[in-house]
Write a protein that binds this ligand. Structure first.
Ligand code: KG4
Ligand code: ZN
Length: 332
């Protein structure tokens, strides 16, 4: 089956074409329009999606060597995400499917992230799915693909959000994750010991307190100490986040008895996190990490997820509304 995917939940506009689980094209426009504001401006995001969708669709078809007529199904993100942004991609996808007389499926963005990690790999089930992004830090038990039980989540900020807010507080730019990752290279992560949040308190996480203690610590330093040790402080922060994530993941593995670990979302690009997770392979865990282009928001993951559901005969109506807070929990 040849499926067109559309992603527009936040500040990435993306179109992709997949065929029987293989990605034929995956084009992403990361909106630079937000840079002067240090974060995503919803109204600007919606307008940028409108401008970019049609040229991206054409480019995705060209790259796949296909025409509009060859598309057999359409998937688009229905949520969670920004309502205006979702509305653009969803309306576009529904119109396309309606006009062509082909089936449409509204994809949960979180389930899409799981499929981003499964490009060209087939894990064993049951597995754990850990979605670590700018909006979510959600831990799922997955008995089989398409069935999800939420077993832990952040009670406040997401892990990516903590990276972004810490970088913003220091005026380092946006998004903060890649910037902090880069500045931490070769720095001393033992320079300052931040308290690991929610340690030993079940599977829920929290990053807001860590962010605040980081900001207070930075404010307590002299200008020269901050200048000399900025990278060490960032590396210390990064290590605390990564250690917390690994600790919760291993606790979930112990509780559920599965060593199949599917890691998804933008923070899965983090080099320290990837090194730590790769090391778990020597301890009998099967760790599945996404390629960076499938970790951050992209339409290939949406198209693959839509193809999975469409092949099972599942369809969404053309009256499907955007769902800004769509939960992912359907233990079937
Ligand atoms: O999955 P994603 O593209 O969007 C959401 O659905 O939220 O994730 C974006 C998040 C941002 O918070 C960004 O700072 C973070 O992923 N991120 C990273 C890295 N690359 C992206 N965080 C830590 N280290 C990175 N290398
Ligand atoms: Zn995402």
């Amino acid at each position: 089956m040849i499926v067109l995917g559309i992603e527009s939940s936040c500040d990435e506009t993306s179109c992709a074409v997949v065929k029987n689980g293989k990605v034929l094209s995956n084009l992403i426009y990361s909106q630079i329009e937000h840079f002067p504001f240090g974060g995503v401006v919803p109204e600007i995001a919606s307008r940028a999606h409108i401008k970019k969708l049609v040229p991206l669709l054409q480019a995705a078809l060209d790259e796949a060597g296909l025409t509009v007529e060859s598309i057999e199904g359409v998937g688009a993100t229905k949520g969670p995400g920004l309502i205006g942004s979702l509305l653009i991609g969803l309306s576009f996808a529904k119109s396309f499917a309606y006009a062509r007389g082909i089936p449409f499926y509204g994809v949960n963005h979180l389930e899409g992230h799981i499929f981003g990690t499964l490009v060209d790999v087939s894990p064993n089930f049951p597995a754990l799915g850990f979605i670590i992004s700018g909006g979510h830090t959600h831990l799922y038990y997955i008995p089989r693909l398409g069935s999800y039980k939420l077993i832990g989540k952040t009670r406040d900020d997401a892990a990516g959000e903590a990276f972004d807010k810490v970088a913003k507080a220091l005026g380092l730019g946006y998004p903060g994750g890649p910037i902090i990752d880069k500045l931490s290279q070769g720095a001393n992560p033992e320079y300052h010991r931040f308290t690991s949040p929610m340690r030993g308190k079940g599977l829920d996480l929290s990053f807001s307190g860590l962010k605040t203690s980081f900001i207070y610590f930075v404010q307590s330093l002299s200008k020269s100490e901050l200048e000399t040790h900025l990278n060490d402080i960032l590396a210390s922060f990064q290590m605390t986040v990564v250690e917390t994530l690994i600790e919760k993941l291993l606790e979930a593995s112990r509780i559920t008895g599965t060593k199949e670990l599917i890691i998804a979302g933008g923070v899965a690009c983090n080099s320290l996190l990837r090194r730590r997770l790769e090391a778990l392979k020597d301890e009998g865990y099967n760790v599945y990490l996404p390629l960076p282009m499938y970790a951050t928001d992209n339409a290939a993951m949406i198209a693959l997820c839509a193809e999975f559901h469409l092949k099972r005969g599942e369809r969404s109506g053309f009256d499907l509304p955007p769902e800004p807070y769509a939960p992912l929990e359907n233990l079937l």
